[in-house]
Design a protein around this ligand. Structure first.
Ligand SMILES: NC(=O)C1=CN([C@@H]2O[C@H](COP(=O)(O)OP(=O)(O)OC[C@H]3O[C@@H](n4cnc5c(N)ncnc54)[C@H](O)[C@@H]3O)[C@@H](O)[C@H]2O)C=CC1
Ligand SMILES: CC(C)CC(=O)C(=O)O
Ligand SMILES: [Mg+2]
Length: 346
């Protein structure tokens, strides 16, 4: 039996986690996938229950899981905590070695119709942001916060860049065979090394085209002409920002999933967005980001390709029938959307 560890977290995290698990439980019996789901406190709720965002029991469960699902963590309640929920998330990623964060941005017909951007600009958009997740400025030492000055350190080693590049090139090989490496090599030392290593690794993949884009103009091109991209590989901070920017293409963060992979542990699946405190508790969160993350889990951790396809097709039909949450311009609540999807899967 497979063990799935669920970390609902804070804000809308538990709402979309419940939604995702209900849908998974409706979908899977016919595919014979045998699993149990265990929930653990993580993030702000874990600070409340244990005093720390990443309790040892939660980390141990994640280390022993076959796959991990995360809702979202954080919120104003914990902004002055000695250790914030976000610090717990970074610790979890580091401890599990989740260096490769895969953030697909694919616009289906139903989402294209709802996007605030013109159809001609976004029809057929299908790219993946491969974000390095355990290095860079989020992790660099020293760091310092004093009254008159503050310091963060951005550090990347050659081997960290090599392994994320190989991940990106391998993904590109299964797609349109184009990698866009995004950096700030006109200014940053870490980006100069990034670009040098990208060129080196590209030699191992002669069938894949490599191009470089500076991050500022990449941010512009992502909206101006998103169809040109296939695989974008970039460092932690740039990937964090560019992927939220990419949500302007479907028009909401509420539909974008992600998968994080490591060399030694099981993978973690989570929406790219945060805990959305502004809509928490209102039954209005879009659960698709979580449902599509579950679909990534079915494919990537359990090789359940047909189940994932059925799930995605059912989502598409439900949206086409007019069930959309507020972020997509509709009036459907989270629970109504889940109910409609469950009916569709019956
Ligand atoms: N992986 C994680 O757990 C992450 C946690 N955070 C944390 O989340 C908290 C809130 O951060 P924000 O900057 O407000 O970003 P956010 O991503 O939580 O929200 C940004 C905007 O998108 C909307 N939104 C996000 N997800 C949605 C969904 N599923 N359906 C409908 N609308 C949705 C929100 O309502 C808000 O207006 C912070 O504490 C932050 O540190 C932020 C990003 C990732
Ligand atoms: C705590 C942050 C680094 C989380 C975030 O914004 C993300 O992973 O997208
Ligand atoms: Mg982010």
């Amino acid at each position: 039996m497979k063990k799935i560890v669920a970390l609902p977290g804070d804000g809308i995290g538990p709402e979309i986690m419940d939604a995702g698990i209900q849908v998974l439980n409706q979908l899977t019996p016919k595919y014979g996938l045998d699993y149990k789901i265990e929930r653990y406190d993580f993030g702000g709720c874990a600070i409340d229950s244990t005093g720390t965002p990443l309790p040892k029991t939660t980390l141990k469960a994640c280390q022993e899981a076959d796959a991990i699902l995360l809702g979202a963590i954080g919120g104003p309640k914990w902004s002055n905590a000695p250790k914030r929920p976000e610090q717990g998330l970074l610790e979890l990623r580091k401890n599990l070695g989740l260096f490769a964060n895969i953030r697909p941005v694919k616009i289906s017909k139903s989402l294209e119709a709802l996007s605030p951007l013109k159809s001609e600009r976004i029809r057929g958009v299908d790219f993946i942001i491969v974000r390095e997740l355990t290095g860079g400025i989020y992790f660099g030492e020293p760091r310092e916060l004093k009254k008159e000055r503050a310091l963060d350190t951005c550090l990347y080693t050659r081997s960290e860049i090599q392994r994320i590049m190989r991940q990106a090139f391998n993904i590109a090989r299964t797609r349109k065979k184009k990698v866009t490496s995004v950096d700030k090599a006109n200014v940053l030392a870490t980006s100069k090394l990034w670009r040098e290593v990208a060129e080196e690794v590209a030699k191992e993949f002669p069938d894949v085209k490599l191009e470089h884009q500076l991050v500022d103009s990449a941010a512009m091109l992502l909206i101006q002409n998103p169809k040109q991209f296939d695989v974008i590989v970039t460092e932690n901070l740039f990937g964090d920002i560019l992927s939220d920017e990419a949500s302007v293409i479907p028009g909401t963060l509420g539909v974008l999933p992600s998968a994080s992979h490591s060399e030694k542990n099981s993978s973690l699946y989570e929406p790219i967005h945060g805990s959305a405190p502004d809509i928490a508790g209102k039954n209005s969160a879009n659960p698709l980001s979580m449902i599509f993350s579950i679909s990534m889990m079915l494919r990537e951790s359990f090789k359940e390709y047909s189940a994932a396809e059925e799930l995605e097709a059912a989502c598409e039909r439900v949206i086409e029938k007019g069930y959309t949450t507020k972020d997509l311009g509709g009036k459907t609540t989270t629970t109504e959307f889940v109910q409609a999807l469950i009916e569709e899967l019956k």
